[in-house]
Write a protein that binds this ligand. Sequence first.
Ligand code: G3P
Length: 224
Amino acid sequence: MELILDTADTQAIAYFNEYLTLDGVTTNPSIITKSGKDFNVVVNEILAILNDEQDLYVQVLSTTCADIVEEAKYIASLRKDNPERMYVKVPVSNEGLKAIKEIKKLGIKVLATAIYTAEQGFLAALSGADALAPYVNRMCNFGDGVANTIALQNMLDINMMEAKIVAASFKNTDQVHKLIENGIQAVTVPTDVLTNMMNHPATDTAVDAFTADWKKAYGRTSLV
Ligand code: G3P
């Protein structure tokens, strides 16, 4: 299972990259704007943090097929030394689905995004998308986002399709937990959800108690 961070906050990326094993970083236009930085600056800063095995996902903004394809070429050029690790994110609008077929002819890796139904994800996979991002939490406004993501996974498995699911749009750890438990290939999580996955107050309490017991007995806070 791949663990991906859904942010363009370079401080957060560096932090979690130090403490956890991350497979990459996803961004979208809204996430990029939150960084307050120029697009090229923030992409280059993220690339400077990632190693050669970590993926970066960058989304197009245009909405017509021809313009989406041009933006995909530009995004791909930002990591031309490591094309296998650079995904262009394309929303699954009608124009987006058409563009995915064109972008794949260019050999550029594509993640189909803004997926709200299993059917949309399946169609994007048929069009050649390498990865699919169902918006789990947002889907919950229309039904069960976790169940629909698992349904998409089953559709891909039964049809022996290679597209990988990068489940996205999480608001709590339970949504992530349920998908990992069901064998999801990848999750991209925002920093607040990942922080909650890492931490439990009882762990700190336990560590404090170990330290206090040791100090009382031996007068120091280390083993030797
Ligand atoms: O990666 C897609 C994701 O960023 C959407 O998340 O929280 O805006 O629903 P959210």
